[in-house]
Ligand binder design. Structure first.
Ligand code: AMP
Length: 211
């Protein structure tokens, strides 16, 4: 099973990818998480990406495609994977297609910009493994501590309201055209990202997957 989760920043891609990955027994690949780790570790990729990320801009396609190439070559991807936050441009989608990768489903999580700005305020992520939390809709069992690995939770630098607004503009301009790209290939399904609970959204996605 190869899946893409599309959607604005904060639409719930990371949360749904984590749940679905566990259920389906396939890894989630989040280029955002990979890049945040690279920035934290001060690698060459991290140094290149940091300014783009802090400004809410997209990291250049060639950097993303190198990261993805390396990650998809790992053995845990052999049975499939869920892409979270990638592809984010038509050029990235075309590059995946040129590699012969065919996706089973592309799920677009739909949610309004106003709701995103509200949501991002309460978002927290694990500083070590990237697992996402939310102070209201998905609080950790212990305040400030990741349920998955026990590391400290943090607020993302790029979740500040003004950066979120810029990221939304980038999403509409650069990423939203991917909906048409995959619709033309008969792969796109849209799921409301604000159905109520996190589980309601998971169920709606599972219906699309026929799971
Ligand atoms: P995310 O965690 O997916 O919201 O990504 C955080 C930031 O990492 C984005 O705002 C971009 O700066 C960068 N990024 C992550 N994935 C991509 C991608 N596929 N293409 C370009 N930039 C990306």
């Amino acid at each position: 099973m190869k899946l893409i989760l599309l959607g604005a920043p904060g639409a719930g891609k990371g949360t749904q990818a984590e749940i679905l990955g566990r259920k389906l027994g396939i890894p989630t690949i989040s280029t955002g998480n990979i890049l945040r780790t690279a920035v934290k570790n001060g690698t060459e990729v991290g140094k290149r990406a940091k300014a783009f990320m802090d400004a809410g801009k997209l990291v250049p396609d060639e950097v993303i495609l190198d990261i993805l190439e390396e990650r998809l070559a790992q053995s845990d991807c052999a049975q499939g994977y869920i892409l979270d936050g990638v592809p984010r441009t038509i050029a990235q989608a075309e590059a995946l297609e040129a590699r012969g990768i065919v996706f089973d489903h592309v799920i677009s999580l739909e949610i309004s910009d106003e709701e995103i700005v509200k949501r991002m305020d309460g978002r927290r992520v694990c500083s070590h493994c990237g697992t996402p939390f939310h102070v209201e809709s998905k609080p950790p069992k212990v305040d400030g501590v990741c349920d998955a690995c026990g590391s400290a939770l943090m607020e993302r630098e790029d979740d500040k309201p003004e950066t979120v607004r810029h990221r939304l503009e980038v999403y509409h301009q650069e990423t939203e055209p991917l909906k048409e790209f995959y619709a033309r290939r008969g792969k796109l399904a849209s799921v409301p990202g604000n159905l109520g609970t996190i589980e309601d959204t998971t169920r709606a996605i599972e219906q699309v997957l026929g799971a």
